[in-house]
Write a protein of this length. Structure first.
Length: 617
C-alpha cells in the first residue's frame, strides 16, 4: 500500500521538476554552444539572418519590435506567443518575449529601448529560441503553493492524491438532444461534480463538442469560468468553438493562427478597441514626449508626470475591468494563467483541455484560483514532453489526469462513439488502447473512397540490408530516403486510382505523417520537386505526429523510418504517439515501414497481423 502523503508526493514532483529543469537547461546550453546556427535554422529553432522592421509601443504599452525571416521560409518554425527568444549577432545580445507570429513576421516585446537600438545597429542579426525560465518559475511556484496549500487548494491536493470520494451535487439528469447518450452523461457528470470530473475522449469521439456543451451549461449557473490548455493551439481551438456558440471569450495571449476571427477575442485587440483607448493612448504619448524633452530646472516636471501617470493607470484599470466583467470565459495556456491580469481573481470552475499532455505542475498553476476542476483529454494519446530520462522513469511524465483516473474511476466518463474513421481503421486502436469499448457511429462505419478498398494497408519499405535509416546530426533526427521515395510513389499510385478530376472535385485531403522531423523535412522538399503533385499540393500536408494532434484527413500515410539490423525503434516505442498517428484517417490509412525491424515489438507485430487479416475478409 502506498503510504506517501500528498505533500510528500508533491515534494517529490518538485525534485523531479528540478531535475528536468537542470537537464533542459544543460541541453540548451550545449545545443547553443555546439550546434551550428545553420542546423538551428533548419530545425525551425532560429531565424537568421533577420530583417529588423519597425519598433513601437503596442496597446498594452509594451515596446515591441518587428522582425522578418529572410531565408529557409519553407521550414516550419517553433516560435509562438509567450516563448522566450535570444537575439544574437557576433555575440549574444539580449532576450525578449514573442508577442505574436504571423508567417515569416514576428513581433517581440523588449524591456529596454536601448536594446532595440543595439539590434538595429547589428550586422546580420538572428533570433533563436531561448531557455524558458518563465514556465519553470510558474510551475515551481505552483507546486510550492500546493504543498503549503490550505483551504480549497489543500483540499483538492489531498483529494487528488488519495482514494477519498469526491463530492457531488444531486439533481435529475438533463437532456441534450444534439449529443449522444455518453456525451450527454459526460455533461451531466460535469454539472454534478463539486470537486472534479474527467471527460476521457478517444480519437474522433467529439470531446471538444462535449466540453463546449459542458462549459455552456456551466455558464447557466456561474457568471464566468476559466478555460486552460497546455498549448496555444489547444486554447485557440476551444476558444474558437466557444465563440462559434456565441459565448464571449477573452483570450489572454495571442493565437497561433493570426487572423481577424482569432485576434478579435484576444485581450490585446479588445483593449485597443475599447472606446476609452484613444484617450489612454494620447496620455501615454504625452508621457513619452515629456520624458524625451525634459528641461533642466523644470520644477513642475515630476508633478505633471505623476498626474499623467495616475490618469493612465486609472484608465488602464477601467478598460481592464470592463473587458473582464463582460467576458464569460477567460482562456489562456496553463502557464498563461500566471498572468498578472488575473491577480486576485477567483472562479468556481476551471476547465483544462488536452489535460493528458500537460505536466502535473503546470495544472497546479491555475488551480489556486478555482474551487473545482474539469479535465478533458486522452491519456492514451500524446504525453507531456519530458527531456530527462531519470525524471521520466521516476514519474514526472505521469499527468494529473492519469493520477485522478487511477484514484477516482467514478469521476471518469469515457466517450465511446467515434465519428471520424472507417470502422476497420478504428478497430485496432479501440482494441489495443480502450479495451474494445469505442464503437463507430453508423454514418462513418463503412466510409471509403474506392469501392472494395481495404481501409488499412502496410506497404513494406526496403529492409535494413538494402538501405535503411540514416542519422542526420546528433539532435536533428533520422531519415530514410528510400522509404520517403516509396511513400510518395504510394501516394501517387493511390491518387491515380482515385482519378485526378475526382480528387480535385471532391477536395480530398491527405496527411503525410512521420514521427521524425528530419523525414518530414525531406518529404516536404521532395513533394515540392515532384511535378505530379503540383495540382494537389494545397490538399497535402506533411508533419510530425505532434503536428497532427487533434486533426483528421481523408487519407493518411505514415512513414515510420526505422530500419536496422538490430531492431532498434527508438521513440516509436511510445505507443501513445502511434495511437495519434493511426487515428487521423477518415477513409484510408497506409503505413510504410520495415516490417523486419518493427515487428520485433509486440505492438507493431499485432498491428501488422491486424492489417494482414483485413486482406482476408
Amino acid at each position: 500500500m502506498n503510504t506517501t502523503s500528498p505533500v510528500q508526493a508533491l515534494t517529490q514532483q518538485r525534485l523531479l521538476l528540478q531535475l528536468e529543469y537542470n537537464t533542459e537547461k544543460e541541453a540548451f546550453r550545449r545545443q547553443t554552444e555546439e550546434t551550428g546556427i545553420a542546423r538551428l535554422v533548419k530545425r525551425g529553432d532560429a531565424w537568421w539572418p533577420l530583417k529588423v522592421g519597425r519598433s513601437y509601443f503596442n496597446s498594452l504599452n509594451q515596446l515591441v519590435v518587428e522582425v522578418h525571416r529572410t531565408t529557409d521560409t519553407d521550414v516550419e518554425h517553433n516560435f509562438e506567443f509567450g516563448k522566450t527568444v535570444m537575439f544574437f549577432g557576433e555575440k549574444q545580445l539580449f532576450t525578449a518575449t514573442v508577442n505574436y507570429v504571423d508567417g515569416d513576421r514576428m513581433v517581440v516585446s523588449v524591456a529596454d529601448p536601448q536594446k532595440v537600438a543595439t539590434l538595429e545597429n547589428t550586422a546580420n542579426p538572428g533570433v533563436m529560441l531561448s531557455f524558458d525560465e518563465t514556465s519553470y518559475r510558474a510551475m515551481f511556484a505552483a507546486l510550492d503553493r500546493a504543498i503549503k496549500g490550505k483551504g480549497r487548494l489543500g483540499y483538492l491536493r489531498d483529494l487528488f492524491y488519495t482514494k477519498q470520494k469526491p463530492e457531488t451535487f444531486s439533481f435529475a439528469p438533463m437532456k441534450f438532444p444534439y449529443l449522444n447518450a455518453v456525451q450527454e452523461k459526460a455533461v451531466n457528470e460535469v454539472l454534478k461534480a463539486k470537486d472534479v470530473a474527467i471527460v476521457h475522449g478517444p480519437p474522433g469521439t467529439g470531446k471538444t463538442t462535449t466540453l463546449v456543451e459542458a462549459i455552456r451549461e456551466t455558464l447557466m449557473r456561474e457568471s464566468q469560468v476559466l478555460v486552460c490548455a497546455q498549448s496555444n493551439m489547444a486554447v485557440d481551438w476551444i476558444s474558437e468553438k466557444l465563440v462559434d456558440r456565441g459565448i464571449n471569450v477573452l483570450r489572454l495571449g495571442n493565437p497561433t493562427r493570426v487572423n481577424d476571427k482569432m485576434l478579435s477575442f484576444t485581450y490585446e485587440r479588445r483593449f485597443e478597441n475599447h472606446p476609452d483607448y484613444p484617450h489612454l493612448w494620447a496620455i501615454r504619448k504625452a508621457i513619452r514626449e515629456m520624458r524625451g524633452s525634459r528641461k533642466r530646472g523644470d520644477e513642475k516636471y515630476h508633478q505633471r508626470l505623476e498626474t499623467l501617470k495616475g490618469r493612465a493607470i486609472e484608465l488602464e484599470l477601467k478598460i481592464k475591468n470592463d473587458l473582464f466583467s463582460e467576458a464569460r470565459v477567460i482562456a489562456s495556456t496553463l502557464v498563461g494563467a500566471d498572468n498578472r491580469l488575473l491577480d486576485g481573481m477567483k472562479f468556481s470552475t476551471l476547465f483544462i483541455d488536452e489535460a493528458a499532455q500537460a505536466l502535473e505542475a503546470a495544472c497546479w498553476i491555475p488551480m489556486r484560483r478555482v474551487s473545482r476542476v474539469v479535465l478533458a483529454g486522452d491519456h492514451c494519446q500524446l504525453p507531456p514532453t519530458v527531456k530527462s530520462v531519470a525524471a521520466m522513469k521516476a514519474g514526472l511524465g505521469k499527468t494529473l489526469m492519469e493520477r485522478i483516473v487511477e484514484n477516482k474511476p467514478e469521476c471518469v466518463t469515457l466517450l465511446r462513439v467515434q465519428y471520424r474513421m472507417n470502422d476497420e481503421i478504428m478497430r485496432f486502436s479501440s482494441d489495443w488502447f480502450y479495451q474494445g469499448k469505442v464503437e463507430s457511429a453508423p454514418e462513418v462505419k463503412y466510409r471509403s473512397i474506392l469501392d472494395l478498398d481495404i481501409p488499412m494497408e502496410w506497404v513494406v519499405s526496403p529492409d535494413a540490408t538494402q538501405a535503411g535509416e540514416a542519422f542526420v546530426g546528433e539532435t536533428f533526427g533520422r531519415v530514410n530516403k528510400e522509404e520517403a521515395e516509396l511513400t510518395l510513389q504510394t501516394l501517387e499510385t493511390y491518387i491515380r486510382r482515385i482519378g485526378k478530376e475526382r480528387f480535385l472535385d471532391e477536395r480530398l485531403d491527405v496527411g503525410v505523417i512521420s514521427p521524425y522531423r528530419a523525414q518530414v523535412q525531406y518529404l516536404r522538399s521532395r513533394l515540392r520537386q515532384e511535378a505530379f503533385f503540383k495540382p494537389f499540393r494545397r490538399f497535402i500536408s506533411v508533419n510530425t505526429v505532434d503536428g497532427f494532434q487533434g486533426q483528421e484527413r481523408d487519407i493518411i500515410i505514415i512513414s515510420l523510418v526505422r530500419s536496422n539490423a538490430e531492431g532498434q525503434i527508438g521513440f516509436l516505442r511510445d505507443l501513445r504517439r502511434m495511437n495519434v498517428a493511426i487515428t487521423r484517417a477518415r477513409m484510408k490509412l497506409i503505413i510504410l515501414g520495415d516490417a523486419k525491424t518493427l515487428t520485433r515489438h509486440p505492438f507493431y507485430l499485432r498491428l501488422w497481423q491486424y492489417v494482414e487479416s483485413l486482406k482476408k475478409l
